[in-house]
Design a protein around this ligand. Sequence first.
Ligand SMILES: NC(=O)c1ccc[n+]([C@@H]2O[C@H](COP(=O)([O-])OP(=O)(O)OC[C@H]3O[C@@H](n4cnc5c(N)ncnc54)[C@H](OP(=O)(O)O)[C@@H]3O)[C@@H](O)[C@H]2O)c1
Length: 323
Amino acid sequence: MQYRTFGRLGWPVSEIGYGMWGMGGWTESDDTESRQSLQLAVDDGCTFFDTAWGYGAGHSEGLLGELVRANPDKRLYTATKMPPKNFKWPSKRGFTLDETFPPDHIREYTEKSLANLGLGRVDLMQFHVWEDAWARDERWQRAVDDLKREGLIGAIGISINRWEPWNALESLRTGQIDAVQVIYNIFDQAPEDELFPLCQELNIGVIARVPFDEGSLTGRLTKDTRWPEGDWRNSYFVPENLAASVERADALKPLVPAGMTLPELALRFILNHPAVSTIIPGMRRPTHVQANLGTSDGARLPADVMQQLRAHRWDREPTEWSQ
Ligand SMILES: NC(=O)c1ccc[n+]([C@@H]2O[C@H](COP(=O)([O-])OP(=O)(O)OC[C@H]3O[C@@H](n4cnc5c(N)ncnc54)[C@H](OP(=O)(O)O)[C@@H]3O)[C@@H](O)[C@H]2O)c1
C-alpha cells in the first residue's frame, strides 16, 4: 500500500481508502462479510474509512467504530457525514442553511455520529450535501470551530453534490474547509477543471468517491441488470441511465491492458491524479478488498492509455433520478 499526505492536515492516508455506504443498507449486505472485509483492509494497510450517519441511520458508523476498537495499535482515520436537517439529497439551489445545517443540527448530529461510532472524536466530519451560497455564512463556521476546539472533530469537509464539482469553490476559499469529497472517475473528469487545481493551491485533502460510477465501471452491469426491491440502485440506474452507462462501459473494455481488469483500470485512472489523496471504493466482499487494495503498487498507467481514457469523459447534469 502506498500512502499520500491528506492535504494540510498532514495525515498519511492509504491511497486506497474504504467506502462504507453499501454495508449500511444496500440489499444483500451481510455484516459478517462486511466485518471480514474491513479487517482484511486494515491488515493490508488501508487507513482511511468513509461512512455517514445516513448509511443505515448509524449502522455503517457502528461497524467502523468496532473496527477502530478492534485495532488499537493502528492509526485509522475515520470520516463521517452529517445529514442535512431536511434529509433531502441532493440539496437544491435555494435551500437555506436553516433548512440544512443550522448550528444546533451540526452539533446534534456530530454527537449522534460519535455515539454510533462509540468514539470520543471523529477525524473528519463532512457536510453530506452542500451549496456554495452558504460559503460565507459564519454560523456553520462558528459551529465547526466549537466542535474542533472541544476535540469532538479533527477536521471539517464538504461532500460535494453529484456532478457539481464547482459547487464548493467559494467555500474552499474561506480557508475553513480541510477536505472535499467528490465524484471522480473515468467518466466524471470535471473535477480536474477547477476543483483539483484549487485544492492543490490551498493544500486541501481530496477524497475521490464513486470510482466505479456506482457499478457501471466494474463492467459487470448489463442493460437487463436489476436489483432487489428496495435497493436504491433501481432508482439511480433508471433505464435511460443504465443503457447509456453500460454502453459507455462496454466502449472502455477494448482499452483494458492485457492482464488488467476494468475495475483495476478505473482505480489506476484515478490514482494518476496528484490532487487525489485517497480513493474510497465501496466494498463489501474480501475479494473486492484484495483486488482494489492491490492496485496501490506504485505502478502507473502508460501515458497512451491515459490519453485514450481522456476521450471517455462524460459530463452530466443532475436530474430527478441522479440523487
Ligand atoms: N454524497 C456522498 O457523500 C456519497 C455518495 C455516494 C458515495 N459516497 C461514498 O463513496 C463510496 C464509494 O461509492 P459507492 O460505494 O456508492 O460506489 P462505487 O465505489 O463506485 O461502486 C461500488 C460497487 O462496486 C462494486 N465493487 C467494488 N470493488 C469491485 C471490484 N474490484 N470488482 C467488481 N465490483 C466491485 C461493489 O460491490 P459490492 O456491491 O459487492 O459491495 C459495489 O457494488 C461510498 O461507499 C461512500 O463511502 C458518498
